[in-house]
Write a protein of this length. Structure first.
Ligand code: ARG
Length: 401
């Protein structure tokens, strides 16, 4: 008796997930492997990947174009929540995982599979996101993670695959582990494992080196409606086009690189290089528009919610009950976050230089230092007396000398 009869495997076309196919069948007694490759805007042809899965022994090879849902249902809520894990990483890889988990669970239901599988190892965050996501969506499904158990090195996995006709990678394999989708690239391993080593230029693909960026600044105006980006320089754009276009514009100026040591869910510190040009600038612009349209107390309270939301995404809790509860708060705050933000892009930095909104609560007649000032200066005195009263009383009691 095997661990499962029919399995839907998350498939990327890489060595590890390819080896999973014969491994599941030959070592774990799985009868049928159905693979599922998701297009999340990684800019890779999925046709050859689809064929490769069949060559490796899959009975069925599914390809799902999920780029638009990825942007609208996963990236946009994260932008509305300004999520940055450990204040820096906009979760470009993490956001893809709950969507892939959902596609796996749906395919399992459609094809009558009793388990789903992925090629994650036991050291990363992605296994947590897949396993917890899948369990949340269907607690009756088994989750198989062969690469977590097989104990093979990469070379051993390649040799194992060769026995079943899986070609070893033609190119000299890259020392890096790379994850890529429309939102960004995550690169780790190889020389990057030494935290003191500067990332070689070859690890970047979406952003230019500062030396190669234009010598003139470029301005871009991003329009938002209820916290969702809808236009670039006045042109309304569909979600996927908007992100692609901004990736181009922003990346060209060398903006969007992150080099960080982060704390993984499993307790390991790891060094990751990210490139997320559009996402970073969108969060920056969105946050700025909030400063024009939300009251101080809502903004302040939201910061705490944002922190929790970012951790929830990073830690694989997208389908936990906390998520819709936080969403309810965030969505309520976004009702008035419409308008546009002007960003100046130059030599690796994005600076907000202007913002406007029909819902602006910036009141020029209160803010001005000019003659038409409407603020009641005399009222400040009484306010300050009462505001400072507890401190004054404390001081009268405890002041030394
Ligand atoms: N550290 C990132 C995260 O947990 C990315 C993980 C995948 N990284 C990679 N280079 N394959 O979301």
């Amino acid at each position: 008796m095997g661990r499962a009869k029919r399995v839907v495997l998350a498939y990327s076309g890489g060595v590890d997930t390819s080896v999973c196919i014969p491994y599941l069948m030959n070592e774990w007694g799985v009868e049928e492997v159905i693979t599922l490759a998701a297009d999340l805007g990684q800019g890779e042809e999925l046709g050859p990947i689809q064929k490769k899965a069949l060559k490796c022994g899959a009975v069925e090879s599914l390809v799902e174009d999920a780029t638009e849902v990825f942007v609208t249902d996963y990236a946009f809520p994260a932008i509305q929540a300004n999520t940055l894990y450990e204040n820096r990483y906009p979760l470009s890889t993490a956001l893809a995982r709950p969507l892939i988990a959902k596609l796996l669970v749906e395919a399992a239901a459609k094809y009558g599979a009793d388990a789903v599988a992925h090629g994650c190892t036991g050291k990363g965050n992605d296994q947590v996101r897949f396993d917890v996501g899948i369990t949340a969506l269907n607690p009756n499904l088994k989750v198989l993670a062969p690469a977590r158990e097989w104990g093979m090195s990469r070379e051993e996995a390649i040799t194992y695959g060769e026995k079943f006709g899986i070609e070893s990678p033609v190119k000299k394999s890259s020392p890096y582990s790379i994850d890529r989708n429309l939102l960004g690239r995550s690169v780790e391993a190889g020389p990057l494992e030494d935290p003191m080593v500067e990332p070689p230029e070859e690890v970047f693909a979406m952003t230019k080196a500062i030396a190669d960026t234009p010598d003139e600044a470029e301005y871009v105006e991003i329009g938002f409606e209820k916290g969702i980006p809808i236009s670039v320089n006045g042109n309304k754009l569909a979600p996927v086009a908007l992100i692609s276009q901004l990736n181009e514009i922003v990346g060209k100026h060398g903006i969007g690189r992150i080099d960080m040591i982060e704390n993984r869910v499993v307790g390991i510190k790891s060094r990751e290089i990210y490139e997320t040009p559009a996402l970073l600038v969108l969060i920056q612009a969105h946050r700025d528009l909030e400063s024009l349209t939300l009251t101080a107390d809502v903004t302040g309270y939201k910061r705490g919610i944002e922190q929790t939301y970012g951790e929830l995404i990073y830690k694989g809790l997208w389908y936990s009950p906390l998520k819709p509860a936080l969403d309810a708060f965030i969505q309520q705050t976004q009702e008035t976050v419409s308008g546009s933000v002007r960003v100046k892009l130059f030599k690796g930095s994005a600076v907000i230089v202007g913002r406007q909104s029909a819902n602006s609560i910036y009141a020029p007649d209160l803010a001005t230092y000019g003659a038409d000032d409407q603020f009641d200066h005399k009222a400040a005195e009484g306010f300050i007396y009462i505001w400072g009263l507890p401190t004054r009383v404390w001081s009268e009691k405890h002041r030394k000398g």
